[in-house]
Ligand binder design. Structure first.
Ligand code: KGT
Length: 318
């Protein structure tokens, strides 16, 4: 079950049925002050089959656009989830490969912005070291790559009681830097990926650089997702007073791997606006009202109340 908040569908239909053009313009002007931009937060079940994954994602992007979204968010590993390290590596591409050019064409054709939450990108020394980046790519409505953030915290975790054992650093290069929030039609978007969500320093750094919206496209494990996912996302939203949009992988990718799902949209007060559930692919559509960001920050100015870095380091120095 998932919540959908979208008022564009019916209003747009109403507009096209209006006879007098002048009346239409008047109404359109009034509506543009009433309507907020809409973001689509998606969840998918990627497999090792890149072609099938693209066609599933394309369908979601088309549906989202048809329902009024100006930006669509796809999760980490939207391109594929490999069934072995070797397969994960061999399926990887560069930013100039077929996968990203297909998405670029899709964005241009539909005139929609895309957040591609975690692309398996061949590293700069691929020929010699066969290592990849986990890259979050923003594509604008002209099909141009606007920003690339490479995941900086890698998921090397052993939880024997929960059946979780992943060592991302065995094949992935940690990203060297954060990237500045990107101006998009829904607001300024700060980029993270999945496990980055557990490091509030990153979200605060993006907030300080002007982010209105934080994004954590993910492929959370079922065990860690059930325990931590929603709490972490809401905490990041509450601390930074940003919207938090987290596209997700859901369900069974292959015989050895499943993901938690629950792609989520959270507002700057920490309220969950939409949840895609834990069962199957889908999306939530949410209006992004940036006035919610400013009023939340005005009413409770936590960023102004924050003490300087020295203050928090005073214990280490004493
Ligand atoms: O491997 C790929 O192809 C795509 N990458 C991932 O799925 C990554 C690295 S293994 N997964 C996570 O970071 C899960 C984090 C998580 O579950 C937590 O923080 O609890």
């Amino acid at each position: 079950m998932f919540t959908v908040r979208c008022i564009l569908g019916t209003s747009a239909k109403y507009l096209t049925s209006l006879p007098a053009p002048r009346q239409q313009i008047k109404l359109q002007n009034r509506m543009s002050t009433l309507l907020r931009p809409v973001a689509a937060v998606c969840q998918v079940t990627a497999t090792p089959d890149k072609k099938a994954n693209f066609s599933a994602c394309k369908q979601l992007v088309e549906e989202a656009k048809g329902r009024g979204a100006s930006m669509v968010f796809l999760p980490e590993a939207f391109d594929y989830i490999g069934s072995s390290r070797e397969e994960t590596l061999s399926l990887s591409e560069s930013l100039t490969g077929d996968t990203i050019s297909q998405y670029s064409q899709l964005a241009r054709k539909l005139e929609v912005w895309l957040s591609l939450g975690g692309f398996h990108e061949r590293g700069h020394n691929w020929e010699s070291d066969r290592r990849i980046y986990n890259s979050h790519i923003i594509i604008n409505d002209k099909g141009e790559i606007i920003s690339v953030y490479r995941k900086s915290h890698l998921f090397d975790v052993e939880l024997p009681e929960k059946g979780v054992s992943l060592k991302e650093s065995a094949f992935t290069i940690p990203g060297p830097t954060l990237v500045s929030p990107v101006q998009t039609p829904i607001g300024k978007v700060g980029l993270g990926i999945c496990y980055d969500l557990r490091f509030p320093e990153l979200s605060l750094a993006l907030q300080r650089q002007g982010a209105d919206i934080l994004t954590y496209p993910s492929a959370f494990t079922v065990a860690t997702g059930a325990a931590h996912w929603e709490v972490l996302l809401r905490a990041r939203a509450i601390e930074t007073q940003c919207f938090v949009l987290a596209a997700a992988q859901v369900g069974r990718h292959h015989e050895k791997r499943s993901s938690y799902g629950h792609a989520l949209a959270v507002d700057p007060w920490g309220e969950v606006l939409g949840d895609c559930g834990g069962e199957k692919p889908g999306m939530v559509l949410v209006e992004i009202d940036l006035e919610k960001v400013s009023s939340t920050r005005r009413n409770m100015p936590v960023q102004q109340h924050r003490r300087n870095t020295d203050f928090y380091q005073s214990l280490e120095k004493s």
